[in-house]
Design a protein around this ligand. Structure first.
Ligand code: SF4
Ligand code: SF4
Length: 265
């Protein structure tokens, strides 16, 4: 079994039938405290939503708001949210008076909090585990309704995030299970281009020999030109191909399936 983002700090594990009381609002003395020093790994769909919200390219977003780090097990790059350098620091999207300025497009980890998620690969299947993280200063546990995990995830709008980030977790875990040698995994830069820097990946797909090599034309090309979520799905399929986690016929089948994708945006 391979694990990432499992949390050894003895947080209370949440089983499906467990409940917890929680409500976060601006009237609490702790309002914004949890956004002052977040350690936030941005997942591909987080980046997609945030850069669309801000109206900047993915390339500009990555340069301005993230720091590149290497995930230890898979030797694949991750993007950590860069905190504000000027005082008082904290999340760059935090406004002291108003709170989160990107609330409708906040990352998955912000939505899920005070729950945190761990993932493991067991017999080829990604398994998620959830834990309650009770920060000392967080007053949200003293108020509000009781939630099951599923109620909380639905209330916080996590379902599209989970759907579009799941493949990212799977690739990291599968690559980690192969125990890559030290140094970046071969294909690490393409992995990052294809899932994080979607504007650059779109140009690569549509304006290079990639399109003719992989039969991307007509309706598929139109969808990829317009729909970020479909482009991300192609990015996952291509990252798998480049990393050797899938073969060419499987990749081509994935490309063909893009002609009638779920429309998310
Ligand atoms: S994105 Fe919003 S919710 Fe998340 S840490 Fe930043 S300010 Fe807080
Ligand atoms: S209640 Fe908890 S989650 Fe909400 S602002 Fe306070 S510390 Fe953050």
């Amino acid at each position: 079994m391979v694990n990432i983002y499992t949390h050894p700090e003895n947080h209370q594990r949440l089983e499906p039938d467990n409940t917890f009381r929680f409500q976060c609002h601006s009237g609490l003395a702790c309002f914004n405290e949890c956004c002052r020093q977040p350690t936030l790994i941005l997942k591909p769909y987080d980046i997609l939503r945030l850069r669309r919200r801000l109206g900047i390219t993915s390339t500009a977003f990555l340069a301005r708001y993230t720091v590149r780090i290497m995930e230890e097990t898979s030797r694949l790059p991750l993007r950590l949210l860069a905190l504000r350098e000027e005082e008082p620091g904290g999340c760059p999207f935090l406004d002291a008076a108003c709170g989160c300025t990107v609330y409708e497009d906040r990352p998955a980890a912000c939505r899920l909090f005070p729950v945190i998620q761990g993932s493991s690969l067991t017999e080829g299947t990604v398994k998620a585990a959830y834990f309650l993280k009770k920060l000392d200063f967080c007053q949200g546990f003293a108020h509000g309704p009781q939630w099951t995990l599923e109620q909380w995830r639905a209330d916080q709008g996590l379902l599209p995030y989970d759907e579009l980030n799941h493949e990212w977790v799977a690739i990291l875990l599968e690559q980690g299970a192969r125990q890559p040698t030290p140094g970046a995994s071969p294909g690490a830069n393409i992995f990052e281009l294809a899932i994080s820097d979607l504007d650059a990946f779109r140009r690569f797909v549509l304006e290079s020999a990639f399109a003719s090599t992989h039969g991307i034309q007509g309706a598929v090309a139109d969808v990829l030109r317009q729909n970020d979520e479909t482009l991300l799905r192609l990015g996952y399929a291509y990252a798998r191909l480049v990393l050797g986690l899938t073969d060419t016929p499987q990749f081509q089948a994935a490309v063909r399936s893009l002609a009638s994708p779920p429309r998310d945006s």
